[in-house]
Each structure stands twice: as structure tokens, then as C-alpha cells.
Design a protein around this ligand. Structure first.
Ligand code: NAP
Length: 397
């Protein structure tokens, strides 16, 4: 594989650092152009130096002097502020890894789709809230959009795209998160620290909370709908606590194709960054012979009400998906700030989405401006609802 130029957006995060490992393991295959961060200045400088990046971009202007000091004596160019992130996402590189957390990554994803040859997308929230726009932008520019999320990367690896009419179901697997076997009544006492401690995966705070509430799988149902152009009724979820089978495709002839691997994001990243070739991964390898059993079961709809919300939103269209994502981002932020209990995250999202669906204010359109307006309105509604209904079930009980 000839060397590819690459931008890593969100390089200091959990996915960004896994990608840095893949790139560092294969130094002749990648030439790193830009690495970006929001405010983690030290990790940004360390990553830029480790990967011999051409440029380091920091969104938080307050830390500029520190970054300049940390990169003194290197030839690494420095970019400061959100505009610098947007400018870098417009550069004509071979691959952009989109690994910013939340809808904050939307503008940079759209820019990368217009200017990059390939976009490897981990950042699922832009797909959930702006799926039609993201897919249309990729189609118009001819950019190849490759999924990094382990479930979608698994489906991409086993999906027969020339025979889509023979696909019976996409089956997303879910570990069930840290509270799979906890009494439901105990969930009201869960703290942010407990919610972010995932049993199988090491991830950023937001996605870890989403995994614990199963909202992550709800977002992934919508993500799969847009990425693979599949109707909601053909996207199923199975609980698979061992996280070995990352997802499956069931065909009309009864064949079920699965992709397996260790619970290590460096595998899907190695795949997406090298596709259509394969690279040696610095990640863990799967040792099937040490595994006693692999189990699969239907998710309990009472324990995990978030899943039903995803199907309701898909039935109601893209605006409902914007509302789901915005209400969830605001509710998770409030939980991490200990303003609401764990139990109330999905309850809050359910309430806000129901209100939005019943609202007489039209919520239409596929333009970036309209998506941002709806997103902003729903976040404000959620924050207002939370401030009027704080800690309905308190962490202290
Ligand atoms: N972690 C996983 O295993 C995993 C798996 C599949 C999909 N994903 C998805 O991948 C995305 C990243 O997840 P993660 O777990 O890596 O998150 P994370 O650890 O929280 O990292 C987020 C990255 O985005 C940057 N960032 C945050 N807010 C920003 C903003 N407003 N503007 C610019 N940059 C910003 C952060 O910079 P600072 O560090 O400077 O704050 C960091 O580099 C999410 O959409 C998640 O759902 C993650």
C-alpha cells in the first residue's frame, strides 16, 4: 500500500489514540497531516510529535501559549480555534478519520466528505442527526465513507452490497453495558464513575454512558439505517455480553455472516484506514480457544427503553432523529454534571422526543442551517426541562 496522507480529527480521544497506535505501527503507510483536539493540549502535542504530524490544531484558544511552548523546537505548524479545525477538515487528504465526539463534529465531517478521498467515520452523532445530508454529501463528492464503529465496520465487512435484496436482517450486537444484570431498581443510584466503567471497551465518557443506557445501540440502529440504506424493521439488536461477534448479516437463504475480533477499536480502525487492503494491527488478537461460550439474547425492552425510541424516530423521519440525538447529548451532559440521575437520562430523552413529535412547530428540512436550528432548540428545551425537574431520583437515593 503506498503511503496515504491522513487527518485525524479528535486525535486526543479514545478512538483518536487507537488510530494513533495503528498509524505508529505502520509508519511507511501513513503521512500524518493534521491532528486536532478540543482542549487536551498536552496529549495533542504528544500525539503530533509521536506521529510526526505536519500540523496540530487546538480548538480552545485559552491554551495557545501552552501548545506553542510544548511544540517549541519542532517544525509542527500550529492552528488555533474552531476555524482552524474547519480549515484543516477542508484539506485534500487521502483519508480523514472523523473521531470528534458528538454533533460538534458535523461541520468537519461535511468538509472532509467534500475534500477527502476517504472518510473513516467513528463520529456517529452526525450520521444520526444529519444522516440524509451526510450521505448526500458523500454521494455528490464521490468520497468513500467507511464505518469505524465496530458494529458497522463488521457489517461493512460481511455485507454483500451487490445482493442487498437478499439481506433479511442486519443484526447489531450489544454487550449490554455495565448494568446488564443489575436490578432495575438499583439503577437510580448509579454514579457517573460507575456508568463510564464499561466491562469490555475503553471509551470516551459520552459513549460509555450511552452504552450503559443502551442509547448507544439506539443511535447505532439509526446509523446503520443511513449507512446501509436499510429500513428500521430489518435492523435487529441482540445482547452478546462477550463482545466477540461485532455484528452479523442474515441472508434470505438462512446464511448468517458474522465478523469477530477482540474488543479493541484498533481492529476496525486498521480495517477502515487501510481498506481495501489489510494492515497488521497493534491491537489484541482474538483467542477463540480460551472462550467457553458465546451467548446471544433478545434485549429486555423494560430495562432498555432507548431501543424502541430509535425505531419510533426512524418511523417519524430525520427531524425526530435530530431531536433524539440533541436531547440525549444534553441529558448525558446533565448526568455527568450530576444534575440528573442515571435513571432519568432515557426518561428525559423520551419526554423531549415525545414533545417534539407532538409539536405544532414545523421541524422540516435537510439543510445544515435547519438541522442546527432544530438541534439548538431541542437542547434548550432539554436543559430547561432538566432545570425544572432536577435529580428526580437522586444519586444518594
Ligand atoms: N471510544 C470508542 O470506542 C468508540 C467506538 C465507536 C464509535 N465511537 C464514536 O467516536 C466518537 C469519539 O468517541 P471517543 O470515545 O473517542 O470520544 P472522546 O474520547 O471523548 O474523544 C473525543 C475527541 O473529540 C475532541 N472534541 C470533543 N469536543 C470537541 C469539539 N467541540 N470540537 C472539537 N473537538 C472536540 C476531543 O478533544 P479533547 O480531548 O481535547 O477534549 C477528543 O479528541 C464518538 O462519536 C463516539 O460515539 C467511539
Amino acid at each position: 500500500m503506498p503511503s496515504r496522507t491522513i487527518n485525524i480529527l479528535g486525535a486526543t480521544g479514545s478512538v483518536g489514540q487507537c488510530a494513533a497506535d495503528v498509524v505508529a505501527k505502520n509508519p511507511d503507510r501513513f503521512s500524518v497531516q493534521t491532528v486536532t483536539a478540543h482542549g487536551n493540549t498536552r496529549k495533542l502535542a504528544e500525539t503530533a510529535i509521536r506521529l510526526k504530524a505536519r500540523k496540530a490544531v487546538l480548538c480552545d484558544r485559552k491554551e495557545e501559549a501552552i501548545l506553542r511552548e510544548l511544540l517549541k523546537g519542532t517544525e509542527i505548524e500550529i492552528g488555533i480555534g474552531p476555524d482552524s479545525l474547519l480549515e484543516s477538515s477542508c484539506s485534500a487528504v487521502d483519508v480523514t478519520l472523523a473521531a470528534i465526539a458528538g454533533l460538534a463534529g458535523l461541520d468537519s465531517v461535511l468538509n472532509a466528505l467534500r475534500h477527502s478521498r476517504v472518510v473513516a467515520i467513528a463520529n456517529k452523532e452526525p450520521l444520526v442527526a444529519a444522516g440524509p445530508l451526510v450521505m448526500q454529501t458523500a454521494r455528490q463528492s464521490g468520497c468513500t465513507l467507511l464505518p469505524v464503529d465496530s458494529e458497522h465496520n463488521a457489517i461493512f465487512q460481511v455485507l454483500d452490497t451487490k445482493n442487498l435484496q437478499s439481506v433479511e436482517n442486519l443484526i447489531l450486537t450489544a454487550s449490554g453495558g455495565p448494568f446488564l444484570n443489575r436490578e432495575i431498581s438499583e439503577l437510580e443510584h448509579v454514579t457517573p464513575a460507575q456508568a463510564v466503567a464499561h466491562p469490555n471497551w475503553s471509551m470516551g465518557a459520552k459513549i460509555s454512558v450511552d452504552s450503559a443506557t443502551m442509547m448507544n445501540k439506539a443511535l447505532e440502529i439509526i446509523e446503520a439505517h443511513y449507512l446501509f440504506d436499510m429500513p428500521g424493521e430489518k435492523i435487529k439488536v441482540l445482547i452478546h455480553p462477550q463482545s466477540v461477534v461485532h455484528s452479523m448479516v442474515e441472508y434470505t437463504d438462512g446464511s448468517v455472516l458474522a465478523q469477530m475480533g477482540a474488543s479493541d477499536m484498533r481492529t476496525p480502525l486498521s480495517h477502515a484506514l487501510a481498506w481495501p487492503e489489510r494492515l497488521p494491527t497493534p491491537g489484541q488478537k482474538l483467542t477463540l480457544n480460551t472462550m467457553k461460550h458465546l451467548t446471544f439474547s433478545e434485549p429486555d425492552p423494560v430495562r432498555f427503553p432507548a431501543l424502541k425510541l430509535a425505531y419510533v424516530c426512524l418511523e417519524n423521519g430525520p427531524e425526530a432523529c435530530i431531536a433524539l440525538n440533541a436531547a440525549n447529548e444534553a441529558a448525558v451532559e446533565a448526568f455527568l454534571a450530576e444534575k440528573i440521575s442515571f435513571y432519568d437520562i432515557v426518561g428525559t430523552v423520551e419526554y423531549i422526543v415525545t414533545q417534539a413529535l407532538g409539536s405544532e412547530t414545523p421541524m422540516a428540512s435537510n439543510s445544515l442551517d435547519d438541522i442546527k436550528k432544530i438541534d439548538g432548540r431541542i437542547r434548550a428545551l432539554t436543559q430547561d426541562y432538566i432545570s425544572k425537574n432536577p435529580r428526580r431520583r437522586t444519586v444518594a437515593g
